[in-house]
Design a protein around this ligand. Structure first.
Ligand code: ADP
Ligand code: MG
Length: 607
């Protein structure tokens, strides 16, 4: 289906309003067209009464038809105004409402697309589609569906009336139309690529600004203010040049169009006067003719603009439909069942995975996690630890093999029920711009204050929250209190505790926190893992030691598996990781066990 018909489907639900709007269009066009006629008749009547009473003094009778005509003109103008109001009002309502529907559809689609889509999509691009492209479509709906109707009615009726009045004069008048419409379309065609560039440049300028503001600390730390300003100025300059060029084209062409129009009026007056002198046209008809010509000015001159409106709707609509038509890589089966009352027995059976269908990131992964067990994943950066845990909530789908929970393939259950049963505490915790209470209750919006506090206490963050100025009502996130990494992590743990999932994923790989925070997180984690099947990407010896299974990954394969002591004795990859990374922690812990001065030597990095 073409883009424009698909866009029109967004207005279709409001068809009763469109019909009323079109009635208003006919009403206002009708009364606009009546005005020249009234004026023309009045002129003829006045001229005639002068002729009949030639020689007699100026009398009341001369004035009467003019007064009546003036009254009728005012009445027609008022009625036209009422209809025009209805037309504009409904036009705005329908187009804004359709834009609202489109925006919601885009947002909804973006929520439902899988990680694979968002990995590739550029935020700036999506933003400009949700704003500028929707606006382009809105203008098209308003102008293309309603204004266009007005223009067509006006054009058709006025042209027909003029031809029936005096076809020779009409031919003279119309002979200029192709030239005027041509100039108008030519101007728009020259402007269009500029407008597209300007739109694109505005997007880029926004990206530069956004990046600069979010990266302000880096800019200042490296003293790059000057070069950042230059970068911005360069983008801003192209925007200035293109905006200026577009205005220059308009500045040349608008007077040209007006001049051509005046020539048309002059030609019409000249030939119309000639016809009137020869008695083939009354003065009133000539007046009427010229007034119609004025009415036609807008439709004829805006032809280029209408062409542009369609072109813009075409390209904007295409970009919008690209989002709306994007298929999620992770799909729910139509007969998917609810996953509920699970024990939490998770199995990976010969799972392989690739992000790009070219190179496999995971190869032949087998995991059997019994209910309540803790599985620790270890391995060098890029070995695929995060990828393994991302497959479980179906952030991505396996390329080969299968994953089951209590024996059910996770692709056979609904996404909502699957994710409700899996709690994820991610590596970089995201806090919304909201109160700390709302952030904790994000997954369980109707949790009571008591439940929230219980979760916060278990996550060892309650005391900290109480020390904040507004307690649980303190705003956090971008424009609120800034929490440290360790504090954020505990908020995330509280958030997950509140949802109470049977299966837990804890990506703990960036944890350089001070010993006290480490101790708090450890306790929170212990609380969190009680009675849940847990997958933890661990860097802490204490966690690893307690794991029921340790899986060591290398290049997307499990190269070693077992418990701490066994793997240590094996003297392979785990032994190496232990010697290089974990052993230090053991020594630090041992030092910590000695009371005096212990904390001074403990590794401390910003918590
Ligand atoms: P780890 O968590 O062990 O550091 P990851 O699972 O994050 O490793 O990454 C495993 C491999 O997959 C790496 O080579 C990484 O570059 C690649 N990878 C990770 N995420 C993506 C992604 N979203 N798209 C494409 N490749 C990815
Ligand atoms: Mg990772």
């Amino acid at each position: 289906m073409g883009v424009v018909p698909r866009l029109l489907k967004f207005v279709f639900p409001y068809w009763p309003r469109i019909i009323v709007a079109w009635l208003c269009v006919f009403g206002s066009a009708g009364f606009v067209l009546a005005i020249p006629r009234i004026v023309g008749e009045a002129v003829d009547m006045a001229v005639q009464s002068r002729a009949e009473q030639a020689g007699a003094g100026f009398g009341w009778d001369d004035l009467r038809p003019l007064l009546i005509a003036a009254g009728l003109v005012v009445a027609a103008a008022v009625l036209r105004g009422l209809f025009a109001y209805g037309q504009t009002y409904l036009g705005e309502w329908i187009s804004q409402r359709a834009a609202y529907d489109i925006r919601n559809r885009i947002y909804d689609r973006l929520q439902r697309l899988s990680f694979a889509y968002h990995d590739r999509a550029q935020t700036g691009q999506i933003m400009s589609r949700a704003t500028q492209d929707v606006e382009g479509v809105r203008m098209f709906i308003n102008m293309g569906v309603l204004r266009l109707m007005y223009v067509v009615v006006l054009l058709a009726v006025a042209v027909a009336l003029m031809i029936s009045e005096n076809w020779r004069l009409a031919l003279v008048s119309f002979s200029f139309f192709p030239v005027i419409a041509g100039v108008s379309i030519f101007m728009t065609m020259r402007l269009r690529p500029l407008w597209l560039r300007i739109q694109d440049e505005q997007g880029r300028l926004g990206t530069v600004l956004q990046e600069n503001l979010t990266g302000m600390r880096v800019v200042k730390a490296f003293g790059r203010e000057d070069s950042e300003s230059k970068k911005f100025a360069k983008e801003a300059k192209t925007l200035f040049q293109d905006s200026f060029a577009s205005n220059r084209i308009q500045a040349v062409n608008t007077p040209l169009l007006t001049g051509l129009w005046m020539l048309d009026v002059a030609a019409t007056m000249w030939f119309g006067g000639y016809e009137a002198i020869h008695g083939r046209l009354s003065p009133g008809d000539l007046t009427q003719f010229v007034l119609y010509l004025y009415l036609l000015q807008l439709p004829v001159r805006s032809l280029g603009w209408i062409v542009n409106l369609f072109a813009r709707a075409q390209s904007s609509g295409q970009r919008i439909f690209e989002i709306l038509d994007a298929e999620s890589a992770v799909k729910e089966k139509p007969d998917a069942v609810e996953l509920k009352d699970i024990t939490g027995h998770v199995r990976f059976e010969n799972v392989s995975f690739s992000y790009d269908a070219i190179s496999a990131v995971l190869k032949g992964i087998d995991i059997d996690a019994k209910p309540g067990q803790m599985v620790a994943l270890l391995g060098p950066t890029g070995s695929g630890k995060s990828t393994v845990v991302n497959l479980l909530p179906r952030f991505y789908d396996v390329t080969d093999g299968r994953i089951t929970i209590d024996g059910i393939d996770i692709r056979d259950v609904t996404l909502a029920s699957l994710r409700r049963n899996i709690g994820v505490v991610q590596q970089d915790v995201f806090l919304f711009n909201d109160t700390i209470r709302a952030n904790i209750a994000y997954g369980a919006v109707d949790a009571t204050q008591e439940q929230i506090e219980r979760a916060a206490k278990a996550a060892r963050i309650h005391d900290f929250i109480m020390s904040l100025p507004d307690g649980y009502d303190t705003w956090v996130g971008e424009r609120g209190v800034t929490l440290s990494g360790g504090q954020k992590q505990r908020v995330a743990i509280a958030r997950t505790l509140l949802v109470d999932p049977k299966i837990l994923i804890f990506d703990d790989s960036t944890s350089s926190v001070d010993t006290e925070t480490e101790y708090l997180i450890q306790q929170a984690l212990q609380e969190l893992m009680k009675g849940r099947t847990t997958f933890v990407i661990a860097q802490r010896l204490r966690t690893v030691k307690r794991a029921d299974q340790i899986l060591v990954l290398k290049d997307g394969r499990i190269v070693e598996r077992g418990r701490h002591e066994d793997l240590l004795a094996l003297g392979g990859h785990y032994r190496q990781i232990y010697d290089l990374e974990l052993r230090d922690q053991e020594e630090a812990l041992a030092r910590l066990a000695r009371p005096a001065g212990a904390l001074d030597t403990a590794p401390a990095a910003g918590g």
